[in-house]
Design a protein around this ligand. Structure first.
Ligand code: ZN
Length: 651
């Protein structure tokens, strides 16, 4: 007998080590090979847990019985009953196989397998995900944090979730700062020739109080010392912020789906997968942030004193794409002059004119206003209450805020629509989860995860704030420490998992475990019923930059799925073309079904998900090591002479 044949035959079923009782069945299994493989595979796709595996296998046998292998199966079943602990955990086989053999295949589906089918049906056939996204993007439009449209989005999502039958729907407030919106903006080249240019105001910058015209001037400063050269020369000028960079032909594929090879590469073990995000913020990183913060303050004051008419930034993306950002939303830190981001191609034109001494002139007309009625912003929260009295929770979320350049369809209307659709599906199916399933639609993500951090801080775990009032007055990202130790609240031990979506609108190809590799077997099981929809790659890697970090930072399991990149990073992200046109409906349906499936499994699982250890501050040695590395990196950068003025958002 060749025992290793068995795992090869049905690799989807993870057997315990082959039991000797199985030996008599091996020749039969070999004969049944053709007829067994397909049904077992099909059944296993619909299964996740051990019990279900037993059912699946029995179901497969039964399937064979009904079609062609009646005689062989009778022999097989005789052997099975004689050695009734041969394949699966023994008790499961004993309990299940006899009744299963006596009833029809349709009747053996377990309740949650029914659920997997129901989720698919609701998510594919009755999908409302694009309808939801259309409302967010076409009807509400851009949702800049604390803008009137964001408030509208908060109220609409709250009402919609209530209408779908979710309970405990509420807006969770947190301190944010000023709101801002712009009704209209234009930029026209008025000399030496006439041409409309394409620009969008920088968020949280003032309007122009009517049209202003000024001569264009290059303003190329990297340090405080550079400012002196410009003193007394800038009044009424329109400044181009930073030198020209040659527009290179694009080298990357614009629209991408992950290849099998790329997915395989993501499975590689990586010891650098982070313990948490905040514990790896080094002193060197903070020092360099502090330096640019101080320089930016000095620069702001200088521009105001010199009575500059307006400043112009070059879009960070070519091909006519205007990619936006914002200045500070904090009270007392408002950028003093009107500011616009324009197309790279327009920017280059202006610089060529300057090179030729043709002295271009620009006329800008920006209508923009601040909203100071309410310094708070809001997260939309709602839930399907769990039936267990112990108060355990599973969560799904995405950020509802967007940038102001366009409708925020892929960043992050897509994530919001999928999270909402997953909740709609589960609510429509009238699920009765053991754990509460809660949705959170965050605000303030784009300015630094404000909403999700506030939620974690208010309800799950808090961290001490700086003692020094001067340090406390700084933006959080400039604090010298993220705050140790972390103080868990009562709900901390009740949250099993948080699933986030914020990597565009591509379908789910797997999941990042953020270094929490212990979840791998669990997630592998949960992908099971959907293995025809997704390869279900489980990656040990981390993916940062969005709201699951807020959970991960305090040691709570927070995850993002691996998504097909599509054209998220090459074109759409924060640009003026982030509209629903670029969303693939089938991808969003797939993501919604998987999200609903994962939420349901998480809510029904026997145990909560395993966690990484509670984050602790980096050790002295580790800190020194990181600082040395950072210092060396900085020296190298300076050597290369590539230090350019930081035109990124300051939050
Ligand atoms: Zn985003």
């Amino acid at each position: 007998m060749v025992i290793p044949q068995l795992p090869k035959l049905v690799p989807w079923v993870r057997f315990p080590s082959p039991a000797p009782e199985f030996f008599p069945l091996l020749p039969l299994v070999a004969e049944l090979r053709e007829s067994l493989v397909q049904p077992v595979q099909t059944s296993y796709r619909l299964c996740t847990h051990n019990d279900r595996k037993a059912i699946a296998f029995a179901q497969a046998l039964l399937y064979c019985l009904s079609i062609q292998a009646k005689k062989m199966l009778c022999l097989a079943s005789t052997t099975v009953f004689k050695n009734n602990n041969l394949l699966m955990p023994g008790t499961v086989m004993k309990r299940l196989l006899l009744p299963v053999m006596l009833i029809s295949p349709a009747a053996v589906l377990a309740a949650d397998l029914d659920m997997a089918n129901k989720i698919r049906h609701e998510g594919f056939i009755q999908s409302e995900v694009m309808h939801t996204l259309e409302h967010l993007t076409d009807k509400i439009g851009p949702r800049l944090t604390a803008s009137p449209q964001m408030v509208k989005a908060n109220h609409w999502t709250l009402q919609q979730l209530k209408d779908w039958g979710l309970k405990n729907a509420e807006l969770h407030p947190f301190e944010f700062g000023r709101g801002w919106s712009s009704e209209s903006a234009s930029i026209v080249l008025t000399g030496p020739r006439q041409q409309s240019l394409h620009g969008i105001p920088v968020a949280w910058t003032p309007g122009t109080k009517g049209a202003v015209t000024g001569e264009v001037m290059l303003f190329d400063v990297n340090t405080s010392a550079d400012l002196a050269a410009y003193a007394g020369k800038l009044a009424g000028k329109v400044l181009l912020m930073g030198e020209d960079l040659k527009i290179e032909p694009p080298k990357t594929v614009i629209f991408e789906r992950l290849s099998a090879q790329k997915l395989t590469d993501m499975k590689d073990y990586d010891t650098s997968a982070r313990a948490s995000y905040e514990s790896f913020m080094t002193k060197a990183m903070r020092d360099s942030r502090m330096q640019s913060y101080k320089f930016n303050k000095e620069l702001d004051a200088f521009l105001q004193k010199e009575q500059v008419a307006a400043v112009i930034y070059r879009s960070s993306r070519q091909g006519g794409l205007v990619r936006v950002f914002g200045k500070s939303h904090r009270v007392g830190e408002t950028f003093p002059v009107p500011a616009m981001i324009i197309e790279q191609e327009d920017y280059s034109l202006l610089l060529r004119m300057l090179d030729r001494k043709e002295q271009p002139k620009l006329t800008l007309d920006i209508k923009a206003r601040f909203h100071d009625e309410d310094m708070k912003s809001y997260n939309t929260i709602a839930e399907i209450p769990g039936s267990d009295s112990n108060g355990e929770v599973v969560m799904v979320g995405a950020h509802l805020d967007s940038w102001h350049a366009s409708d925020g369809a892929v960043d992050n209307g897509a994530g919001v629509a999928v999270a909402m659709e997953a909740m709609r599906i589960l609510s429509k199916l009238n699920v009765k989860p053991k754990r509460t399933i809660r949705i959170a639609l965050w605000s303030g993500e784009e300015q630094g995860l404000y909403g999700s951090r506030a939620y974690v801080n208010d309800f799950l775990a808090s961290r001490p704030e700086p003692q020094d009032p001067a340090e406390k007055a700084l933006p959080r990202y400039l604090w010298s420490s993220p705050g140790w130790p972390i103080a868990p609240k009562a709900a901390y031990n009740k949250l099993s998992v948080y699933f986030n979506m914020d990597n565009g609108s591509g379908k789910f190809r797997g999941i990042y475990t953020e270094g929490n590799v212990a979840v791998k077997p669990v997630f592998t099981d949960w992908f099971g019923p959907y293995s025809d929809l997704s390869t279900g790659t489980i990656s040990p890697l981390s993916t940062g930059g969005t709201d699951h970090e807020s959970f991960d930072d305090v040691g709570l399991p927070g995850f993002q799925f691996i998504q097909d990149p599509l054209d998220y990073s090459t074109r759409l992200h924060h640009t003026h073309i982030d509209s629903i046109d670029h969303v693939v409906a089938e991808d969003l349906k797939q993501a919604s079904v998987l999200m609903a499936g994962f939420l349901y499994e998480a809510a029904m699982a026997d145990k909560m998900l395993p966690r990484k250890p509670m984050p602790t501050p980096p050790s002295k040695v580790q800190q020194q090591q990181k600082d040395l590395e950072a210092a060396k990196e900085r020296r190298l950068r300076e050597l290369e002479g590539k230090k350019a003025l930081d035109t990124k958002a300051v939050y």
